[in-house]
Write a protein that binds this ligand. Sequence first.
Ligand code: PLP
Length: 368
Amino acid sequence: MNQQRYLLLTPGPLTTSPTVKAAMLVDSCTWDDDYNLGVVQAIRQQLVSLATTARDDYTAVLLQGSGSYAVEAVLGTVLAPQDKLLIISNGAYGARMAEMAGRMGIAHTLYDCGEVSRPAVEAAEQYLLADPAISHIAIVHCETTTGMLNPIREIAELAQRYRKGYIVDAMSSFGAIPLDVAELHIDYLISSANKCIQGVPGFAFVIARRAALAGCAGRSRSLSLDLYDQWRCMEDNHGKWRFTSPTHTVLAFAQALRELADEGGIASRHQRYCHNQQQLVAGMRQLGFTPLLEADQHSPIITAFRAPQHPQWRFAEFYQRLKARGFVIYPGKVSQSDCFRIGNIGEVYPADIAALLSAIKQSMYWLA
Ligand SMILES: *Cc1c(COP(=O)(O)O)cnc(C)c1O
């Protein structure tokens, strides 16, 4: 292998364990029971178990592609022609949902509260009161743009009170932040293989309320992204994917689920990520960096830091110096402030954060 190895401190793909990578060294047959019954069906059941104790009411559907494919599949399959979507947004991923709805001709309203503030439940309620045509609410749980944790519990209460369908993009939080989809009345929760479950990229998944998804036949604006058809195929054929399945990625994911269980489940992983994030922020503050968000707005997933106010500062230069020391960080995505991001998720431990902090100290060339 001629590629340099480094630790990914990014929000997915992220650093995976050697055993997750090794699980891919097997070729699977996509119509054989070993794969479909043995691996795919087991994954679907485990995902539902991770998402809720009301296991009979929910199902898991796996879908080829990255996380955005599953978001688009949900919006395109769930919203009927007369339906309307309220998108609550404070970052790039909320904005992407609006763009998808626009492309598919789905009626929608955007409540955009800006990238550095938390959506207000009262404001969201005003949208519902003003427009009775709204049938569904969609929100991002952890907005990876900034690392902001959004109030999905409060919005759930609103969705329940006004009897709206509830869609949550939990892409960057599922597997790392304990929640129960039934308790939160979530109809569709979306995540992907290469985020907090710590698998490799290649497919996404939706935890869907069976009763809701069952009513979505024939609605999809797309053939490949028809979540209902994908579900029926998996249900009726014991885990068979409609089209070629990402077999190696699926084997890696099965291993990643085992490792999540070995770690002690979502609660333990949550603690590890929280520890990573706190250690990172404390160390960065000592080096003179300031996080973009207030601590109480923050998720343990990814942290945005303000760029140093120094004429010599260049993100690209800083990035290259860190990469040369074995660490890859992420550029900023916030439109109105100059910042960069460091992921706290993946196969990353306190010793890695400590090593990163010393590499950062050595890479602060603008102070030299
Ligand atoms: C990663 C992510 C997505 C999906 O992005 P892809 O590049 O399509 O995998 C969607 N929403 C959020 C909040 C994410 O973090």
